[in-house]
Design a protein around this ligand. Structure first.
Ligand SMILES: NC(=O)c1ccc[n+]([C@@H]2O[C@H](COP(=O)([O-])OP(=O)(O)OC[C@H]3O[C@@H](n4cnc5c(N)ncnc54)[C@H](OP(=O)(O)O)[C@@H]3O)[C@@H](O)[C@H]2O)c1
Length: 257
């Protein structure tokens, strides 16, 4: 199967890396059109896919991703539309438009999928929210097979995709700050910076895996770590005193506004 990409910025390149790692497509079957800054060229030198400079080769692709900025996505789709073959699955990962908007630009013979991924797709551990236009089950399954190679996929009502994008897509930055702060705390207490980042990252990975595998409520998992009068509950008290929960809720609210 040939896969096409329009846009290879932060999200496009993360998805391209993930798809190649998952071997769902080989570099020679992956056609990527970048913009004007040379980002796609630099990525091509690393990953060896087929760099294209116009939309012509996209007609050979069963699946085409568009990952340009939200403001220009419909305009770029308009340019690309005449070059797409009938029955192409067009997966937009751009925010700020609906399936209906894209369908209006592309016409009824293109299958439109709106997916909101996050950057961990580059290591096949993404969390992807997806909404589909009306399409045959077989076509939907083909799109799902491609997306599932990048991580976990949840089909959601399109009106929740924005919030999905905030929680799955913006939160990695919040968690990165949390990781940095935890490591700063560890360094403050005398641990080396290198060891601190290693410990913090593995702790987060393990905590997430435990939550997923055990299906336990996060509160129950937290209770399991906090012994009476112990050090962890003193840390919890300090977090609450400093408005940790409110800071996180407010971050989601502000990012989603
Ligand atoms: N980043 C995330 O975590 C995330 C999460 C979910 C959804 N999204 C959505 O994904 C989209 C891309 O986000 P991003 O963070 O990857 O932005 P970005 O880094 O700015 O990437 C956008 C890319 O589109 C390229 N481009 C612009 N016009 C083009 C054209 N006509 N043909 C081909 N490529 C073109 C740009 O190329 P040049 O710069 O080289 O001109 C740029 O590399 C946005 O709509 C965003 O809302 C992002």
């Amino acid at each position: 199967m040939n896969i096409g990409f329009i846009g290879a910025g932060h999200m496009g390149s993360a998805m391209i890396e993930g798809l190649l790692k998952a071997k769902i497509v080989s570099p020679k079957n992956l056609y990527v059109k970048g913009g004007s800054s040379g980002t796609a060229e630099a990525l091509q030198a690393k990953l060896g896919f087929q760099l294209i400079y116009d939309y012509n080769r996209l007609k050979e692709c069963e699946v085409v991703f568009i990952a340009t900025g939200a403001k220009i996505v419909l305009e770029v789709l308009q340019e690309a539309a005449p070059f797409l073959a009938e029955e192409t699955i067009l997966i937009s990962v751009a925010t700020g438009h609906t399936v209906e908007d894209a369908q209006a630009v592309l016409g009824a013979k293109i299958h439109v999928v709106h997916a909101i991924p996050n950057t961990p797709v580059s290591v096949n551990e993404g969390m992807i929210g997806v909404a589909f236009a009306q399409m045959p089950e077989e076509t939907k399954n083909k799109a799902l097979a491609v997306l599932t190679s990048l991580g976990k996929v949840e089909e959601v009502n399109e009106n929740i995709l924005g919030t999905f994008g905030t929680v799955a897509g913006c939160s990695p930055a919040f968690v990165d700050i949390f990781m940095e702060a935890l490591a700063d705390g560890a360094v403050r207490e005398g641990m080396s910076r290198t060891l601190a980042y290693e410990v913090v990252a593995q702790m987060l990975l393990g905590t997430a895996k435990l939550a997923i595998d055990s299906k336990k409520h996060p509160g129950e998992l937290k209770d399991g770590v906090t012994s009476p009068g112990g050090s962890t509950i003193r840390g919890v008290e300090a977090l609450e005193k400093n408005g940790f929960r409110y800071a996180v809720i407010d971050a989601v609210k502000q990012a989603n506004s």
